[in-house]
Design a protein around this ligand. Structure first.
Ligand code: SAM
Length: 384
């Protein structure tokens, strides 16, 4: 097949393939999403929202940020009261979620706001520029890499960051696991099964992942590195990871034979990873067992794992909907419909998960985890 998309980016990919005699899928995905100025996330094209390719919860309604702020304020009051507290968002995109959270804290939790230092870690210079406009009026520090973060006492959170990290692609064939590489033959791109790299194999072994025969799936080593870096930087506090994905036990079920890799373009999805390069998003589901396992190695303890519907309802979404219903005007009913989208089963309510981890906090109790979903394969993080 031929690569299609941004000509300049395709030439860069093809040159590297020629130079190195092939590149891993992970390197290809890194080019497609993050090559300076040309990658999907690093170029100056609208990606998130109605004129982009996908919606995030924060684009839909401010309530997502407002209820997260409520949870963060509870943490401030119970574990940091009267002390300085850092709030760090990783991969803040357009900054809409950061705006909703900061606006809510400033309006309703002034003591928390007074003690707050907000840091946005964002890899894309285009998104940083956007955030600087959206967050004008708030005291925000910007960093391009998590490595630049100093020690943190407070809360680190992300929404749809881990699914946007470049992944290794692997395939099990005749009982052996291979890694998928891209090579070029007669002007066409071909996938090749090559010997798996040592660190990918270690990940599979450490997590005791049992991959069914014939399955193609992803290994997200950058997620492992990221959660470990967060664990090292955090001295006391919590980590909130909001994203779609599952524990290992669910993720590698035989009905996901092709894995979870998907492209998003103008609110439709496809599996044509080699088309529209630089114009479309490529994502994969997050392995939450891996975040728990590698987080633990970096000192992060497991607090809880839930979904967006349970989390938001625990924090009072139902009451907000009742108040809107009592108002009874058309605007309130429109908003109720948007809020319903956030909690729909089989939709955003179930698809998006929230993993909470903590460090140096004794027996944490969080309102967002008051009632959790049934502990089946989709929600139970297995002990490894
Ligand atoms: C799917 S967007 C999520 C946007 C936002 N959190 C929201 O809720 O709308 C992922 C964002 O993470 C950023 N990103 C990717 N890798 C990153 C990294 N290693 N450090 C910081 N930001 C990163 C991307 O540039 C992009 O802005």
């Amino acid at each position: 097949m031929k690569l299609s998309g941004k000509k300049e980016l395709i030439d860069i990919v093809l040159n590297d393939i020629k130079k190195r005699g092939g590149i891993s899928f992970k390197d290809f995905m890194d080019y497609a999403l993050y090559y300076p100025s040309l990658g999907y996330y690093t170029c100056d094209k609208e990606k998130i929202g109605g004129y982009g390719d996908f919606f995030t919860s924060s684009e839909l309604d401010p309530v997502f940020g407002q209820l997260l702020a409520k949870q963060f304020n509870e943490i401030y009051l119970n574990y940091f009261k009267g002390k300085k507290i850092k709030l760090v968002e990783l991969g803040s995109g357009k900054g809409v979620l950061a705006f909703d959270i900061l606006n809510e804290i400033k309006t309703n939790y002034p003591e928390f706001y007074e003690n707050l230092e907000f840091i946005s870690v964002e890899k894309s210079p285009f998104h940083i520029q956007h955030q600087q406009k959206v967050l004008n009026g708030f005291n925000v520090k910007w960093l391009e890499s998590i490595e630049d973060l100093e020690d943190i006492e407070g809360i680190v959170y992300s929404n749809e960051l881990f699914d946007a990290l470049p992944v290794h692609l692997i395939k099990k064939k005749n009982g052996k696991i291979y890694e998928i590489y891209l090579n070029e033959k007669d002007g066409e791109i071909v996938e090749e099964l090559r010997e798996i790299s040592e660190d990918v194999l270690t990940y599979i072994k450490e997590l005791k992942i049992d991959i069914p025969e014939g399955m193609t799936t992803e290994v997200n080593l950058l997620a492992k590195d990221l959660i470990q870096t967060i664990g090292q930087k955090l001295k006391k506090g919590f980590v909130f990871t909001v994203d779609y994905g599952y524990p290992s036990k669910e993720l590698y079920k035989p009905y996901r034979m092709k894995g979870t890799l998907l492209c998003y373009y103008k609110h439709t999805y496809n599996e044509n990873f080699y088309e529209n390069i630089g114009f479309q998003d490529i994502t994969s589901h997050v392995n939450f067992s891996a975040l728990v396992y590698y987080g633990k190695k970096a000192g992060l303890e497991f607090t809880g794992f839930t979904d967006q519907a349970h989390f938001l309802i625990n924090l009072g979404l139902g009451d907000i909907m009742i108040q809107l219903q009592e108002k009874g005007d058309s605007k309130s009913f429109e908003r109720i419909n948007r809020l319903k989208t956030l909690i729909l089963p089989k939709g955003m309510g179930e698809k998006f998960k929230i993993l909470i981890q903590h460090k140096n906090i004794k027996n944490p109790i969080l309102s967002g985890l008051k009632i959790i979903p049934p502990q089946n394969d989709r929600y139970k993080i297995e002990e490894i």
